[in-house]
Ligand binder design. Structure first.
Ligand code: NIG
Ligand code: FE
Length: 409
């Protein structure tokens, strides 16, 4: 079934832009008064509205009334939206001055979410994940990465991964799951860091693979989580098993992004503490630097040095890190808009970071731009000028959203 959708005042396809480095708005190719032609779940053509009507006389027409700007669906390449419980108490302590790490040491933080998530059933976790994914989809996010890592035992991590799979099966958005069993070493594990990582390699990953639960592995490299020394062989072994790698790197201390580059990770994510040395390493690699402004806002910590990373030539994606602790807001567009004012990013850099550069961090080549053959994932904003989107600082949400050619909002 073929459909011509339009006319759109502007279609910002983001096609033809480089995967890495700084971008200027002048590089954006804009199709004015244009239509997008969709067949099944794919884009087959973009061009002038009247021309598309003439070329595809047999197609159904979905007419768009009033001014609208069309963008690719956003890709949120880093979230933790599978969780149970609530950490409002931590948050209240943090805004009153206690640090994230002190709260964690006192038994709050990630461990608190682990306790709550272990108690929840697979069905409940799937329902929570689905509800959060739906909220994201209505805000234009058509692909959402989701990590495990709030259960930290063989049985309960697999429960989380199965819940994410179930949520994906029942959601319109695509949920891409990642095994983050190496989030922190659980307090009740008998054995050292290496023994825990070996447990993941021997017990969790083979089952995850056999059941098709995930093909991605993440680790939190940090003084309070896993060391660079133990992380590297862990990631190398996971990679040898066929998993794509990504790393929670340089959030409070450095070291993680170097490991990420050395093991050929798809993403080095957080990077709030990253210095010039790591920026150089990332810029000279294919690892995508993922900025998580929601965690900076949630913790009152510095932003990822996105400007410097881009100027040195790195690929920078922007993700929400939506989670119950460090990043409870979960509003990707607002966070990207905030990052852009503090880091001085062009609109083109923000849009690239929310779309094709984020898709690269997930190893997905079939989405992130609007061009022939790509998935028909897109969103329309009720405005006649793309610059109004960031100008509204996240308050303007898409009026319409399509996932795989189907209108979902
Ligand atoms: O990406 N930094 C580690 N993990 C998560 C936060 C988890 C939490 O606080 O619950 C993050 O910020
Ligand atoms: Fe995270």
């Amino acid at each position: 079934m073929k459909t011509v959708i339009g006319p759109f005042t502007e279609i910002i396809s983001l096609k033809g832009l480089p995967q890495k480095g700084a971008l200027q708005d002048e590089q954006l190719q804009i199709d004015y008064n244009a239509a997008i032609v969709v067949e099944d779940d794919k884009i087959i053509e973009i061009g002038p509205f009247n021309g598309m009507l003439r070329e595809h006389p047999e197609a159904k027409i979905e007419s768009i009334e009033g001014p609208h700007v069309l963008l690719p669906g956003f890709v949120d390449c880093h979230t933790h939206i599978c969780w149970a419980g609530n950490r409002a108490q931590d948050y209240a302590m943090r805004i009153a001055g206690k640090s994230y790490l002190d709260i964690a040491k006192a038994g709050g933080g990630i461990w608190d979410s682990v306790t709550q998530t272990r108690k929840a059933s697979e069905a409940i976790l799937a329902a929570y994940t689905k509800a959060r994914a739906k909220r994201h989809l209505l805000e234009g996010i058509t692909t959402i990465e989701v990590k495990s890592g709030y259960a930290l035992s063989e049985e309960d991590e697999l429960k989380m991964l199965r819940a994410i799979k179930k949520a994906n099966d029942e959601s319109k958005a695509d949920l891409v799951s990642t095994c983050l069993s190496a989030h922190i070493k659980p307090k009740d594990f008998e054995g050292d860091e290496e023994a825990y990582l070996n447990m993941i390699l021997e017990k969790i990953l083979p089952v995850a693979k056999a059941e098709g639960l995930t093909n991605r592995v993440d680790i939190f490299i940090e003084d309070s989580a896993f060391s660079t020394e133990k992380s590297k062989p862990y990631l190398e072994k996971a990679k040898a098993m066929g998993f794509d790698i990504t790393v929670h790197a340089d959030q409070f201390t450095t070291g993680g992004s170097k490991v990420a580059v050395e093991v050929g990770a798809l993403g080095a994510e957080h990077l709030e503490a990253t210095s010039d040395e790591e920026i150089e390493l990332l810029a000279n690699s294919d690892t995508v630097a993922v900025a998580l402004p929601g965690a900076s806002v949630g913790l009152g910590e510095p932003f990822t040095p996105a400007r410097k990373l881009l100027d040195k030539g790195a690929a920078v994606a922007i993700a929400s890190d939506w989670n119950p602790g460090s990043a409870p807001m979960g509003d990707l567009l607002t966070q990207a808009a905030i990052l852009s004012t503090f880091q001085k990013l062009s609109t083109a850099e923000v849009f690239a970071g929310l779309t094709f550069r984020a898709a690269k961090a997930l190893n997905l080549e079939d989405r992130g731009t609007l061009e022939n053959g790509k998935l028909a994932d897109f969103q329309a904003y009720a405005t006649d000028d793309f610059r109004n989107i960031l100008y509204q600082q996240g308050k303007m949400k898409p009026a319409m959203v399509w996932k795989k050619g189907e209108r979902v909002k």
